[in-house]
Design a protein around this ligand. Structure first.
Ligand SMILES: C[S@@+](CC[C@H](N)C(=O)[O-])C[C@H]1O[C@@H](n2cnc3c(N)ncnc32)[C@H](O)[C@@H]1O
Ligand code: SF4
Length: 387
């Protein structure tokens, strides 16, 4: 087994399902709408080949988590999900307690498939609820009502031992009081995990066009900060502290797959537009597959995989990625691991400055972590430390 400072965090398998029923106006994920039904059997055959090709590059690993993300994986038939999970289990040993997450949209049609997903081996579901008021759901382009979403949350809780749901806040016109009430309602329905994302205007989205035309007014930085503070306060009090800048969990209920990314572990990315980080004899390799679903399909059918980028990361790049991911976590990063990856220690003067400004703190074991004051300016803190 190849020794590398990132080999201790587990081994994850990410599978991307790139289709949605409609494109949400804020979303820049690799998601596509198709007028005709998707040929799921053809995609399964391609996934099987790409899984086998990637297993050949990663011998000796034991899978600790599988994540079916999208797009909208809950549009897949349960037998498709079963075939994908079985293909992973045929390619690598899977730990008995492996976390197997599926992202789902909370419509009633999709909730009807939950029993089948459970039988297929899914043990955790993450639902995109996004808002708990219908006017905002419509503005976000969602195809479900708040009531339908909460019903899907309840169905999920009945079928899966672990569930989570996502909300988007800092929406146009949203006041702190309105968000606080909505978040309290969400927490009353939440089990062990919540992802709370501030609305971001992503390039080449419909929201970006509206924003540039002055038709979408976002909270000011001060208002966004107040919304962030309210979020932390309410979640802390409810026993769901942030373990990552946007992710809250009861202690022990964190998403193990996402922790693998943030702890800079090893994972393969399969399916259209998926990213992986694998450790080979050449070093840590960044992989990316073809984004366009049907082009990916043709590539895999021709070559056995859809990988279009495969780059050995330099020590500098590894160090930067490690900081970028790890400083999102409340637990922070171990500077010795940075040194092992980057080939040089962090700059003590910069650390001292950031400590002095109260943006970072030293935790047990000399770990460096961003403080609640630092999180709203995380990008600047990372850039400063990485320089
Ligand atoms: C790629 S989506 C997949 C989940 C599923 N398709 C859904 O929409 O429910 C993952 C999550 O990213 C978040 N997200 C996507 N675009 C965002 C944006 N522009 N700003 C904030 N959050 C966003 C949403 O909360 C969404 O649930
Ligand atoms: S937010 Fe989810 S449902 Fe909407 S376009 Fe993005 S991936 Fe698809």
């Amino acid at each position: 087994m190849i020794d590398h400072p990132t080999r201790d965090a587990g081994f994850g398998v990410y599978l991307h399902w790139p289709f949605c029923l409609a494109k949400c106006p804020y979303c820049d994920f690799n998601s596509h709408v198709r007028a005709k039904p998707v040929d799921e059997a053809r995609f399964v055959a391609a996934f099987r080949r790409e899984i086998a090709a990637s297993a050949a590059l990663t011998p000796g690993r034991t899978v600790t988590s599988i994540f079916l993300g999208g797009g909208t994986p809950s549009l897949m038939q349960p037998q498709t999900v079963a075939a994908l999970i079985d293909a992973v289990a045929a390619a690598w040993p899977v730990a008995p307690d492996a976390e197997v997450t599926l992202e789902a949209n909370p419509t009633s049609v999709e909730a009807e498939r939950f029993r089948g997903y459970r039988a297929a081996g899914v043990n955790r579901v993450s639902l995109g609820v996004q808002a708990l008021n219908d006017a905002d759901l419509r503005r976000l382009g969602r195809l479900h009502t708040a009531q339908e979403a909460l019903a899907a949350v309840a169905v999920a809780a009945a079928h899966f031992e672990r569930t989570s749901f996502d909300l988007i806040y800092a929406r146009p016109g949203q006041t702190s009081a309105a968000w606080a009430a909505e978040l309290r309602e969400a927490i009353a329905h939440a089990a062990e995990h919540l992802s709370l994302y501030q609305l971001t205007i992503e390039p080449d989205t419909w929201f970006e066009r509206l924003y540039k035309a002055g038709k979408l007014v976002l909270p000011t930085p001060e208002e966004a900060r107040a919304l962030y503070d309210v979020t932390q306060e309410i979640c802390e009090a409810a026993g769901l502290p942030a373990y990552e800048i946007s992710n809250h969990a009861r202690p022990g209920a964190e998403s193990r797959h996402n922790l693998l990314y943030w702890r800079y572990g090893e994972y393969v990315g399969l399916g259209p537009g998926a990213h992986g980080r694998i450790v080979t004899a050449q070093g840590r390799i960044a992989t990316a597959t073809e984004k366009h679903p049907e082009t990916w399909l043709e590539l895999v059918e021709r070559n056995g995989h859809g990988v279009v980028t495969q780059e050995v990361l330099t020590a500098e790049e590894e160090g930067d990625e490690f900081l970028l991911m790890g400083l999102r976590l409340r637990e922070g990063v171990d500077p010795r691991r940075y040194e092992a990856l980057a080939g040089r220690p962090l700059d003590e003067r910069r650390i001292a400055d950031l400590l002095g400004e109260g943006l970072i703190t030293r935790r047990i074991g000399a770990r460096l972590a961003v403080t609640p004051v630092g999180f709203p300016v995380l990008d600047a803190v990372v850039a400063d430390l990485a320089a």
